[in-house]
Design a protein around this ligand. Structure first.
Ligand code: SDX
Length: 377
């Protein structure tokens, strides 16, 4: 019997979801029915998180309640800080994020309580707690002290405050907020599917999120935003260069990379074949940062790579492509980019964990054996 193999599960519809709809035909993305562009234009990230968890936009009272909750759960747990301090400064920040979530789970009094109420509480706490992990990790790598959160700032303002120790300008806060909204959710991507697989065994929420972080780390998935910046660095970033010169160098680099059959991160997508729905909105945020910091030459690199990839292979950028240089301009170290993706995707992962739990079936596909025929010792 020859079984039909769906390598990489490509094209397989594994289950229903009501969290988001990715439509490659119309290049659109809906969170609970709302176009992501509208959400990114009008809502705080905190409101988008509530939408993803609850299925509806929050009313004023729900917004206020979550505002107070989130602001009071931001401080870095001392046990998490101790665990981070044990990790080497040259380990990958994704390892730090993964460890931090694991430590939070091991210490959580509700860790084995999988009721919808307990799960939502844990999701909200994780959402509130994770920025301090990223911010502290970025600072310790620069030999800087922890900065305590501020309750007078919103999520994005406070994230940047804890990372850089100063209040970020409005333009930067807004670009950061937009990136969080765009990164929040994307149906059955590899990390979300990982979270659902772990949940399907009836394991706890922190185990599912920890596993999802492992899946997100790879450069074919979330690690691509970091890899994009490594490409820029490999080509060479020179703020004194003209945009045209940077574009020409980037084009030549891409032609060479494609001739060598290299995979260039930040381009292509398993689902979208004619453009990632989120790229135009993220590109606007990047343009705003380029204007704010006066770094037009970076767009030379950006445009040159995009044009050469388009001409040679007709492969378009994905969200990680504009997100990488945006985070670079904001001042994050390149290795910190994928942990920022974690901070955003905690919302989508935990919404999917709840959905999986509410209508669970163990996820366990079949395999077609192609090893040796039966043999004996
Ligand atoms: C994310 O799934 C999600 O929703 C993920 C995500 C989310 O929000 O959760 O959107 C986030 O993970 C974005 C993707 C980030 N990854 C990268 O940027 C890595 C680079 N991209 C590729 O490796 C690739 O496009 C994938 C992995 C994203 C998708 O790959 P597929 O669908 O398995 O397609 P493929 O690798 O089989 O590629 C098909 C063809 C191949 O050429 P041929 O062998 O047919 O000649 O396109 C080529 C590939 O070599 N190709 C690329 C390429 N992407 C595809 N060639 C060079 N560089 C690339 N980036």
């Amino acid at each position: 019997m020859t079984e039909e193999i769906h390598k990489g599960l490509a094209g397989v519809v594994a289950d229903h979801t009501a969290v988001s709809k990715v439509n490659p035909e119309s290049n659109s993305l809906l969170y609970r029915g709302y176009p992501v562009q509208q959400l990114a234009a009008e809502l705080a990230f905190e409101e988008v998180a509530l939408l993803l968890w609850n299925g509806e936009l929050p009313d004023a009272a729900q917004k206020e309640e979550f505002r107070a909750f989130e602001r009071s759960h931001r401080a870095l747990d001392p046990r998490v800080k101790s665990a981070i301090d044990l990790l080497p400064l040259d380990c990958h920040p994704m390892d730090v994020g993964r460890t931090a979530v694991s430590v939070l789970g091991a210490n959580h009094p509700l860790s084995e309580d999988s009721s919808p109420e307990a799960e939502l509480t844990k999701a909200k706490e994780l959402f509130a707690a994770f920025p301090a992990v990223v911010a502290y990790d970025q600072r310790r790598r620069r030999q800087l002290q922890l900065v305590e959160p501020r309750e007078d700032l919103d999520y994005s303002q406070n994230f940047l405050w804890m990372t850089f120790g100063e209040e970020a300008p409005e333009e930067v806060v807004d670009a950061f907020r937009v990136s969080m909204v765009l990164y929040a959710e994307h149906s059955f991507n590899a990390s979300t599917f990982t979270a659902r697989v772990v949940t399907s065994t009836l394991a706890d929420l922190h185990s599912a999120v920890t596993a999802a972080i492992g899946a997100l780390k790879g450069p074919l998935h979330g690690g691509a935003n970091e890899a994009v910046m490594h490409t820029f660095e490999e080509i060479g970033i020179n703020p004194a260069e003209t945009r045209e010169d940077a574009a020409a160098r980037a084009k030549a680099w891409m032609e060479q990379a494609l001739a060598e059959k290299r995979k260039v991160m930040g381009f292509g997508h398993r689902v979208y074949k004619s453009g990632d729905s989120r790229v135009p909105t993220m590109k606007q945020a990047l343009d705003a940062m380029v204007d704010y910091y006066g770094r037009g030459e970076l767009m030379g690199l950006y445009d040159g790579l995009e044009a050469a990839m388009g001409e040679a292979k007709n492969i378009l950028p994905n969200l990680d492509y504009p997100a990488g240089p945006t985070y670079h301009l904001m001042g994050f170290d390149t290795e910190m980019f994928t942990p920022l993706f974690i901070a955003a995707r905690i919302t989508g992962w935990t919404a999917h964990i709840a959905e999986q739990r509410a209508n669970n079936a163990l996820i366990r596909p079949l395999s077609a054996y192609n090893g040796p025929e039966e043999r004996h010792l």
